[in-house]
Design a binder for this molecule. Structure first.
Ligand code: NAD
Length: 510
């Protein structure tokens, strides 16, 4: 049985419960974290209550008054040290993630690396966040924008990125002068505890306690309280479209700001002149990586009818060599899915696809790697009927299923790619610049997604760009570019340095 690495100091955390015998239900006040590879409990975490939540918020309001007065580049120094400590603990933090959510070791470590990267980025940003000076229409007047700390930022995260999504938010929020209050998924509370403890320990040692807070609890007790709380001007929520629809409405109801990062239903278009080897390799990673549990996983393959069989044949051969098993074991490429809920969703989707005329080309079954009692499914490829009608493919099933469609013209392929409710990630493999430019068309007639890749798969974003999606994906943007603006408030300042009253629009009032 896997146990958390001692360097994470989890056992010293008062929330940590090593022996969870008889504490399976949340009514015990403890969330038990299970290893999805073995189905065994790892440890438990004491849940927050309404009272402890209240105390956290009150302390955070005090911490905000101190932190907002720290110069931004000095906040950047704190973030630099957090990034360095994450770098030092890359292995143990990646491992706890593998244990809790089933990511293979390389992907667990890769996720922590994303937090290191965004920390580096935020350090630079701490000397750059600033506004513009705008020409005033009035003589002896100056107009300028300044960006101010926002306050307490509520960060709600999904189970599948239990470290980096917090990092994208918290590292930017920190240099902006905000306090982050993180509510992680109850499926990955240990990763959250270990991650937050690194940031809190470093900040506290540098004289800034209380900048990174964690509240762990049920959606009813803590989640609902948090999204309705007017003391949190921004809620950044990552998860399913259903969750986002609810969170968005509650936050809008109190006129708060919301940053939503929701589900995707991402397609890869492969034209007949594409490099098929590159397209096959990228799409295999995109669809089976993280056992199909990335918001950016490739779920639909839209292939030109002349090359579809060849492409799918190459992919099918690759699928057959993929080792499914313990995510911490060398050579494993596909670990478990998060739990029985996902196994059921997978089985149900495969059955529906068959009933709708889909043909299972590869996989389609629950998997049972030897010696592991957890939750595994086979990476699966399902071919849509010649009509391209396959309603189940319009939904995001959070499992490694790739549906294959065919097209004749690139316009038809783009229409198919845009035909789903979500708009997160999209990709095209093609040899002709005319085709790829159609996909990226500046008139907006190409991909309708927040992310568009050319000769690259749908998953694997870099932190330097703004990350997020359109339509039911929620419209939020995190990480690079100007995403930092979500964590600050803008003030337009006008200064009269003359002695006369001059009104805008030339109005005379004498
Ligand atoms: P989920 O919607 O079940 O839960 C996400 C988070 O929302 C959890 O922390 C959960 O506790 C919280 N939550 C749920 N109801 C709430 C409520 N009423 N009030 C407050 N908080 C509430 O999602 P999941 O199964 O953990 O994650 C998978 C989903 O997340 C997929 O749809 C995936 O595409 C999406 N996702 C999106 C992104 C992105 O950046 N767009 C990234 C990762 C995951």
């Amino acid at each position: 049985m896997h146990k958390p690495h001692p360097d994470l100091n989890l056992e010293q955390d008062p929330r940590y419960v090593a022996d969870v015998t008889g504490k399976e239900g949340l009514e015990s006040g403890i969330a038990v974290s299970f290893n999805p590879a073995t189905g065994e409990p790892i440890a438990g975490v004491r849940l927050d209550t309404a009272e402890s939540y209240e105390q956290t918020i009150r302390e955070s309001q005090e911490a905000f008054k101190r932190w907002r007065s720290v110069p931004a580049p000095v906040r950047g120094e704190v973030v630099r040290n957090i990034g360095n400590e994450m770098r030092r603990l890359l292995g143990p933090l990646g491992e706890i993630e593998s244990m809790e959510v089933g990511k293979i070791r390389a992907e667990g470590i890769g996720e922590v690396q994303e937090t290191v990267d965004i920390a580096d980025y935020a350090v630079g940003l701490s000397r750059m966040v600033g506004g513009r000076t705008v020409p005033s229409e009035r003589p002896q007047h100056r107009m300028m924008e300044q960006w101010l700390p926002l306050g307490l930022v509520g960060v709600i995260t999904a189970f599948n990125f239990p470290n980096a999504v917090w990092g994208w938010n918290a590292m930017l929020a920190a240099i902006c002068g905000d306090i982050t209050i993180w509510k992680p998924s109850l499926l990955a509370p240990l990763t959250a505890m270990a991650t937050n403890a690194v940031a809190d320990r470093v900040a506290t040692q540098m004289g800034h306690p209380g900048v990174f807070r964690l509240v762990i609890g049920t959606d009813e007790e803590i989640g609902e309280r948090m999204i309705a709380d007017r003391r949190l001007p921004l809620i950044s929520a990552t998860g399913s479209c259903n969750m986002g629809r609810h969170v968005g409405q509650v936050v809008a109801g109190r006129l708060g700001k919301c940053l939503l990062e929701l589900g995707g239903n991402n397609a890869v278009i492969v034209d007949k002149d594409a490099d098929l080897d590159l397209a096959a390799k990228s799409t295999v990673f995109g669809s089976v990586g993280t056992a199909g549990q990335r918001c950016t996983s490739s779920r639909r393959l839209i292939a030109h009818k002349d090359i579809a069989d060849d492409l799918v044949g190459r992919m099918a051969r690759a699928y057959k060599t993929i080792k499914i098993g313990d995510p911490l074991e060398e050579g494993t490429l596909v670990g478990p899915v998060i739990g029985q809920r996902t196994v059921d969703a997978f089985t149900n989707a495969v059955e529906q696809a068959k009933a709708q005329g889909g043909e299972v080309l590869v996989g389609g079954n629950v998997a049972k790697p030897e010696g592991l009692g957890g939750w595994f499914v086979e990476p699966t490829i399902i071919k849509a009927p010649a009509s391209n009608e396959l309603p189940i493919a319009m939904e995001e099933t959070f499992a490694p299923i790739l549906y294959v469609f065919t097209f004749d013209s690139i316009d038809e392929a783009i229409d198919m790619q845009n035909s789903v409710d979500q708009g997160l990630s999209s990709a095209i493999f093609a040899g002709s610049v005319n085709t790829t430019e159609k996909f990226l068309n500046v008139d907006g007639s190409g991909s309708d997604c927040g992310l568009a890749y050319v000769n690259l798969g749908t998953s694997g974003a870099e932190i330097g760009g703004a990350f997020g999606g359109e339509k039911d994906t929620g419209g939020g943007r995190e990480a690079g570019s100007d995403s930092w603006k979500a964590y600050m408030r803008r003030q337009t300042c006008t200064i009269n340095f003359g002695n006369e009253l001059r009104l805008a629009q030339g109005i005379r009032f004498e």
